[in-house]
Design a protein around this ligand. Sequence first.
Ligand SMILES: Cc1cc2nc3c(=O)[nH]c(=O)nc-3n(C[C@H](O)[C@H](O)[C@H](O)COP(=O)(O)O)c2cc1C
Length: 386
Amino acid sequence: MESSLHPVTFDNFGQTASLLRQNKTLYRLQLYVNDCHSDSVSYQFIRPILFGLDAESAHGLSLAALRAKPIGAAKRTDPALQTEVAGLVFPSPVGLAPGYDKNAEIFAKAYGLGFGFVEIGTVTPRPQSGNPRPRLFRLVEDRAVINRMGFNNEGMEAAASRIEAVPRARRRGPLGINIGANKDSEDRIGDYEKAMARLAPLADYVTVNISSPNTPGLRALQDKGALDDLLLRVRAVAPDGPPLFLKVAPDLEPADIDDIAAVAIARGIDALIVSNTTISRPPLQSRYAGETGGLSGAPLKALAQQRLADFRKASGGQLPLIGVGGIASAEDAYARIRAGASLVQIYSALVYEGPFLAQRINTGLLSLLRRDGFANIAEAIGADVD
Ligand SMILES: Cc1cc2nc3c(=O)[nH]c(=O)nc-3n(C[C@H](O)[C@H](O)[C@H](O)COP(=O)(O)O)c2cc1C
């Protein structure tokens, strides 16, 4: 078998040194994720090493560390954290947002980090390489991320075979599959139909993602007529299939919000995910602030929370909502739940807080529920608006 390390020569010394550094980092990361520590303290030691790598390499290493992690038993979550949405039982309301595990490589391991559900993808029918690198940036001073990945993924067949290889009993909570269209597709809606046909039988829910800013023209599917057509056709592919969720962008005008809510209700969408990354740029400190792409993490928090409230109002509480964007603590998750979210998802904060953040949010949420006299999550949903 060919070694991944080539002989060290003067020409490739830099590359070899970097590979060695990555191997060492991977080893440390593996020890850390296998140890099931949920404390942020040990992550404070690993973070500077990861931050010494470019953001996409660090992401790749974290996936590699999780791939090597035994599945193990997920820690039992308190029954007070259990909630039901669209007929599915979620042992915790904290989920892993799509974009981290685009190709369904580690979803079965993520439950062991404290996630109550995992959403993989975005998966497109055909594999595609996405935009040229660099396309992922850490905005450390802002506790944020900018990405213009462009739906890089190995395609629906690769995702399907990985999912099929894991027995359903290994899922410690629902598995969502987030679907999208290929960049060069002539028939975007046709792509959603293809992905739905292949992946719906494997999913506990499917998310129709029309909100990525990195596939030109994709967000035009949020327009009323196009959205109606899309949802009608995707549902028709699997009328008795799993629940269908819709993920929206935060960069919407009030009229768009009303239209989307009305179409989603009319077409029987089971939950709305609010929101994807923003193309807006609130004030930022980092030198990467001017990079093109979608902004996520702390600077997205206020906008995502506002959009959640907007959709709650526009839907009159008829649509379950999933809050995403800038959630980095139990307090953030709780605020989103009190504003009307039945579930929450996280991604960017994992970069800054480490892989066990969901576990800490679960513990913190329990204390907050008890403090306010709620017996369970369901009682807290929308407490600030009802
Ligand atoms: C690197 C990266 C890749 C992402 N890829 C996807 C994707 O493929 N599909 C999707 O629906 N959302 C994707 N997202 C958006 C996240 O799922 C989430 O909606 C957004 O980052 C806001 O949450 P956060 O502030 O907790 O990160 C991606 C986000 C990041 C940072």
